[in-house]
Design a protein around this ligand. Sequence first.
Ligand code: GTB
Length: 216
Amino acid sequence: MTITITAFAASPDRGRGQARDMRLRWALEEVGQPYEVRLVSFAEMKEPAHLALQPFGQIPTFEEGDVALFESAAITLHIAERWPGLLPEDPAARARAITWMFAAIGTVEQPIVEAENARFQESDKLWHRERQPLIDGRIAARLRQLSARLGEAEWLDGAFSAGDLVMIGVLRRIGGSDLLEAHPNLAAYVARGEARPAFRRAYEAQAEVFRNLQRT
Ligand code: GTB
């Protein structure tokens, strides 16, 4: 059965792999599953056909036969459970890997998204300048805690897992920032993820979408 995911036809990140289809592409590459991509415009995302798949009018989505999913972490979990390679066999280790996926989106990503929203949607407000350090402080606190837990380990809990994939996907959103670079072990952790052949293939595939867009 063919796997089809959706991605931005014209990603605002200009091919830097910041949109969340990148997580799905990476997960599918890790488990060795070929996939097709349906590119959607911002207008198409808000039309009934796409809203039936993604009620919030966003990308990414995942379809395979009668399975149609939205939410990148839920899709990553589905991929990790459907094909071997991203979750340990041992039930306790498997549960911990899934816990890291939830921690990534529920605890670490949350202040990062808040900071992005503030930068893009509230920067014209009088109070923005005062609020920004508060939000950055929340990110810094989470990174300190994550850095302490990772220590000198290669991955968060033993072998590379879907937990690392989602966490690195989240940390890439602040890649190169002072906040991340303040923790060399986290910066190295992200770099290790980005060096994985599956990540490279996924990154190239989404970058090619942007290159094609420039050619037209
Ligand atoms: N919780 C959902 C999930 O994880 O799947 C969130 C999905 C989501 O935020 N999708 C964004 C989207 O469709 C794209 S990824 N936005 C369009 C809309 O809401 O109308 C977020 C994103 C977008 C752009 C950049 N960038 O340019 O750097 C980075 C991340």
